[in-house]
Ligand binder design. Structure first.
Ligand code: NAP
Ligand code: F7E
Length: 350
């Protein structure tokens, strides 16, 4: 019998890579998607199979992290072996604008799902997408023993989900793990996270569609890995003999300025001629430095990251240049030019 997995956040960056990985491993994959007035499945459209032509292994279900009754109903119906909770309002800057919504989805949403898993009582294994943002103000290197000091509503919501996951493990003996993942990026990264904002700008500047890129704090230090490698780590956490919490990271530290250098250099451009400061991209409280120590995952899961930030910047620039070229330059017209460059047309700070 094929294993059955349920993924929340399947339309996101990580959800799309995880769905690919699990399908390759022979799983039947079920994903939760939000009903939207526009299509939000572009990252998983390539996995669609026409049920008239082949056996379907990927099923999508409407639902929302704010709707616990729906989760209960879905899990009773699907009866998954593994649940991956990846859904979240995942943008740190946006969480300052929407703290209550972020708490409801990124925080209490996990509790709704844990409660549904506990109630169906089938021994389902549970993965929680915890984040290095939980460490926030605690200086690096950070590992599983590092104290939390969240510096945003997003970080605080993730700390709540982390402890709920541990509590369900300890109170009810559930197989429930926290993957504490440091920043991981890819050509599928959301366009308003700093790495993708930079690599898309590089492609647009090369194509002569854009001249300026507006950014906030260039001194922030992050440990950027490649998302496609991190989903393998998630899966391994659910295959271990017992449940535990693990950090996934590259262990390498780079600033936003360094990433700019890698991305612009890769395209033969000088970032200093294009990048400008805009205070609207600063956060009320910043996380200065996140650098992970993933030695526990190496030792117990045999997982380690092989792609580091300089290489990742190249992968992302190449993908954005190719995407722009393959759409014959028309992509820039899909939305107003201002939404693609760094100055939003409306006053949303991201
Ligand atoms: P992402 O691209 O922003 O994807 C988030 C997913 O959550 C999307 O599928 C989104 O659906 C869904 N979602 C948001 N609100 C929802 C709601 N109320 N109900 C149902 N679904 C909802 O995030 P990601 O980068 O793939 O990250 C995956 C998870 O890992 C997130 O929980 C994130 O917080 C966490 N994390 C990420 C990183 C990182 O560096 N990427 C690091 C540590 C932890 P739509 O497509 O409809 O918006
Ligand atoms: O910011 C600085 C910004 O938004 C990185 C999420 O996946 O990783 C992500 O959170 C740094 C910050 O990611 C701009 O101030 C400068 O210091 O790409 P980001 P993040 O906040 O680290 C963690 C691990 C998660 O869990 C989250 O879900 O870059 N920065 N200028 C900027 N950031 C943005 N977005 N835009 C700028 O213009």
């Amino acid at each position: 019998m094929a294993k059955r997995a349920f993924i929340t956040g399947i339309t996101g960056q990580d959800g799309s890579y995880l769905a690919e990985l699990l399908l390759l491993k022979g799983y039947e994959v079920h994903g939760l998607i939000r009903r939207a007035s526009t299509f939000n499945t572009s990252r998983i459209d390539h996995l669609y199979v026409d049920p008239h032509e082949a056996e379907v292994k990927l099923f999508l279900h409407y639902g929302d992290m704010s709707d616990g009754a729906r989760m209960m109903g879905l899990l009773s119906q699907i009866q998954p072996d593994e649940v991956y909770n990846l859904a979240a309002q995942s943008h740190v800057r946006v969480s300052f604008d929407e703290p209550i919504h972020t708490g409801n989805t990124t925080g209490i949403g996990s509790a709704r799902l844990l409660e549904a898993v506990r109630t169906i009582g089938l021994g389902t294994r549970f993965y929680q997408a915890s984040s290095s943002e939980m460490f926030g103000g605690t200086p690096p290197p950070q590992n599983e023993e590092t104290p939390f000091y969240p510096r945003s509503p997003y970080g605080a919501a993730k700390v709540y989900s982390y402890w709920m996951t541990r509590n369900y493990r300890e109170a009810y003996g559930m197989y429930a793990v926290n993957g504490i993942l440091f920043n991981h990026e890819s050509p599928r990264r959301g366009a308003t996270f700093v790495t993708r904002k930079i690599t898309r700008a590089v492609a647009a500047i090369l194509a002569g569609k854009q001249q300026d890129l507006f950014l906030g704090n260039l001194d922030a230090v992050r440990d950027w890995g490649y998302a496609a490698e991190y989903v393998e780590g998630m899966w391994r956490m659910l295959q271990a003999d017992s449940s535990d919490d693990y950090v996934l990271a590259t262990g390498r530290a780079f600033s936003v300025r360094d990433f700019l250098e890698f991305a612009f250099d890769h395209a033969g451009l000088d970032w200093r001629r294009h990048v400008h400061f805009d205070e609207r991209y600063l956060r009320p409280t910043e996380v200065d430095a996140l650098v992970g120590d993933a030695s526990k995952a190496k030792e117990l899961l045999d997982w380690s990251a092989s792609v580091t930030s300089p290489e990742l910047a190249g992968i992302m620039v190449d993908a954005d240049v190719a995407a722009l070229a393959s759409s014959d330059g028309k992509w820039i017209d899909k939305v107003s030019l201002n939404t693609w460059v760094s100055t939003p047309a409306w006053d949303i700070q991201q």
